[in-house]
Design a protein around this ligand. Structure first.
Ligand code: NCD
Length: 356
């Protein structure tokens, strides 16, 4: 069957769910989240077939992306990079300020403006909070604005991680009514962990979710996030005792101590064994509960847990690539090209699977 033949009814463009800059997780409403999750599944399925992967490759060969990552990154960098390649987007990168004209005194704004001259989207991670927002504001003042994606700003926000976490939760609970009504534990350095902070901001979109924060006192979730949860009527509780709450959790999102933000070795004062998951904790988790982690892991997550089918973090990591493809499709307004396709029809085109 031809690719044209595989088309179904096109989905009309929906202005309410348009995306340009991706800076702040608070702008994501339920409709957009559901649409992104659906798009992610479609892309993930489509990419399994040779014909589907080739179709994706040909969607954006006329676009270029710039990665401006001046803070360390493995997963976010690689998953965005590969998401671009899946769509045929060419990429360039600066991963160290010492190799850019910033060392000659060029301002941040001039550097961003320069990147925008060459590319169609800027993906950036910076140690300083607010940098991605600053870049996006600058873009909004120029003739040829390009979208800016926040790939982690300081210890503040990491919106695309929150999106892939939502997708992982949604996918894991697909047979159990989705995220609505679930009890989600978040454990570790909740004060400085941007992944959990961003994820909390998306929870207002789900009905009857209950959050349980498990953190040492000095690394408890900050008041700005707690205030937001209260404002939106999302129930949460706080504890230092994992074992007391573990049996009631549907998901436990484990995070590492963010020691790079220490000023006086604060992390050393924590008895990490109380905020860790190993095989003993698995024995206390519901049979259909899941363990998530944004990675990289430290001693808080025993590699022995990897063997358990409830360990979801490696899948979560891969989900990130597919979700980032979905985000790029939304930004470049190509979602309807995917939404009207039948991935099965592409699989049927593969015939004798030429890549095997
Ligand atoms: C996280 C980050 O950079 O904030 N990693 C990631 O993007 N997957 C989590 C962390 O570093 O602890």
């Amino acid at each position: 069957m031809s690719q044209e033949g595989a088309r179904q009814q096109p989905v009309p463009a929906d202005e309410d769910t348009e995306l340009f800059h991706v800076i702040d997780p608070q702008v994501f409403e339920r409709r957009l989240l559901d649409e992104l999750c659906d798009l992610t599944t479609r892309v993930r399925t489509l990419a399994k077939s040779y014909a589907g992967a080739r179709f994706l490759q040909e969607l954006l060969p006329n676009r270029r992306a710039m990665f401006y990552f001046t803070q360390p990154s493995t997963r976010t960098f690689l998953s965005f990079n590969n998401a671009c390649h899946i769509l045929g987007i060419r990429t360039s990168e600066i991963r160290d300020r010492s190799t850019s004209s910033e060392v000659k005194g060029e301002s941040f704004d001039d550097s961003i403006r320069t990147f925008s001259s060459y590319v169609d989207v800027i993906v950036m991670r910076a140690r300083e909070p607010g940098r991605a927002a600053q870049a996006a504001r600058l873009m909004d003042t120029i003739d040829r604005p390009v979208p800016v994606i926040n790939a982690g700003s300081g210890s503040d926000q990491h919106p695309t991680q929150a999106l892939l976490d939502i997708y992982t939760l949604d996918r894991s609970f697909s047979e159990r009514g989705g995220i609505d009504g679930k009890v989600i534990g978040m454990m570790g350095d909740l004060k400085r962990g941007r992944t959990v902070r961003s994820l909390c901001y998306l929870m207002k979109n789900y009905a009857d979710v209950r959050l349980v924060f498990i953190a040492p006192g000095q690394f408890a979730m900050q008041n700005d996030v707690k205030g937001h949860l209260e404002e939106h009527g999302i129930s949460f509780s706080e504890t230092e005792r994992l074992h007391t709450v573990l049996p009631e959790l549907d998901a436990l999102y484990v995070t590492r101590m963010q020691s790079e933000w220490d000023t006086a070795d604060e992390c050393r004062t924590v008895d990490l064994r109380r905020f860790s998951v190993g095989t003993r904790e698995l024995g206390m988790l519901k049979p259909d509960g899941i363990i998530m982690h944004p990675l990289p892991r430290g001693p808080e997550l025993d590699p022995a847990v990897d063997m358990d089918p409830r360990a979801m973090y490696w899948r979560q990591e891969r989900n990130g690539m597919w979700m980032r493809v979905a985000v790029l499709l939304k930004i470049f307004r190509l979602e309807s090209r995917i939404q009207c396709l039948d991935p099965e029809a592409f699989a049927a085109q593969d015939g004798d699977k030429p890549w095997e």
